[in-house]
Design a protein around this ligand. Sequence first.
Ligand code: PEP
Length: 256
Amino acid sequence: MRKPYVAGNWKMNLSRTEAAALATGIVQGINCDDIDIGVAPPSVYLSAVIDAVEGTGVHVAAQNCHFEPKGAFTGELSPAMLLDVGCDTVIIGHSERRHIFGETDDLINKKVKAALAAGLKVILCIGETLDEREAGQTNDVCRRHIGEGLNGVTAEQMADVVIAYEPVWAIGTGRTATPEQAQEVHAFVRPLVASTFNTDIAAALRIQYGGSVNAENALDLMSQPDIDGALVGGASLKVESFLKIIEETRKAKAPA
Ligand code: PEP
């Protein structure tokens, strides 16, 4: 059984007060016994959020990191710095990083390896654009994102990796992949990981779906067998909708 995992990506939103209030509201409504929960605030609010969730088991993730441990890299944060403030996870390869900031698979791979080596857990985002989907390239893109993103990662380190399948056309657009479309890609990714590593690692790997997940569509998406949770953007910015997505995920994954 894979423990489901719902994480909220707050992107470049909220004030310090709002971020702390959102974190406080989330932890009041949850327990993490049968589900992993994570939040990814803007990096300047990491400390405030870490204080707000202390002792609850909620994972706090950065939205990005650099691959070098230190040095003349103005504006960047190293994995060690994130660990130092109390972060345990980093999101790498989000489509906004790939498509707005031009991050390549090679750069993403360097970040993944540096983050894991430093002791962070990684949520590696993969997924195709609309043009790529319409050209029938969804599987090729995911194969490339997985193959290059995880190149050089050891079997042991895979225990600290979560994959988030996030079709770019569904992120922030209100246009969600159907449960069947999402399941199809998740079911493609798992054997791909098995062939790169082994079947045990693939069976244990959590693969989140992300792309306009909300309180209304979460149950159907999370009911798919290879969807192990969600990476949520917009709907993670309100306590009520994020808690509802967590509840729907718990319901979908409860043993029959
Ligand atoms: C995301 O940013 O990872 C995301 C899935 O955003 P949204 O839920 O708003 O589509």
